[in-house]
Design a protein around this ligand. Sequence first.
Ligand SMILES: Cc1cc2nc3c(=O)[nH]c(=O)nc-3n(C[C@H](O)[C@H](O)[C@H](O)COP(=O)(O)O)c2cc1C
Length: 161
Amino acid sequence: MAKTLVLYYSATDTTKRIAETIADRLDADIHAIQAQQPYTAADLNWNDPQARTTIEQHQHAQRVPIKDDLPDTAGYQNIIIGHPIWWGIPPRLISATIDALDLNGKHLATFATSGGSNYDRSQRFVERTVKENGYDVQLNQGQVLNNPAQVDSWLNSLNLA
Ligand SMILES: Cc1cc2nc3c(=O)[nH]c(=O)nc-3n(C[C@H](O)[C@H](O)[C@H](O)COP(=O)(O)O)c2cc1C
């Protein structure tokens, strides 16, 4: 049976809960992505133009370094990556995560939680990062997931190994 790895970044545990539901449904392994420099509450204040996330998210092509502890993807056919939406797009550490994984020959699916934004811009962000890396990967359509029912219907829509 194909093996799935669920990777997620979550600042305030919303994405973590959805990632755990997905891992449970697929009997997958799960791993939390961490920023090399963790985000503080002040870093996450979107009302502050000088906050770390405000600055990072507005710098095109920026990479935010992650902790070097990602699992080896060699034994997995499917990789699922979850993240919150920040300023319409994934946190820029998601680019660093995609850079760090060898996704050649894998099936990749990404999802988010958000306060209301849909997945359109995040999908383009992921597509661009995959292309920058030249990966030969089967990329699925991502989605914002708010509850277990949405998780189930999204999982049913995926083309996984
Ligand atoms: C810095 C920052 C920017 C955000 N920008 C957006 C946004 O553009 N659109 C949106 O719908 N929600 C936005 N949110 C809300 C988060 O996407 C939402 O609360 C998410 O579920 C948080 O996930 P987490 O608990 O896993 O970190 C933002 C949150 C933060 C902290």
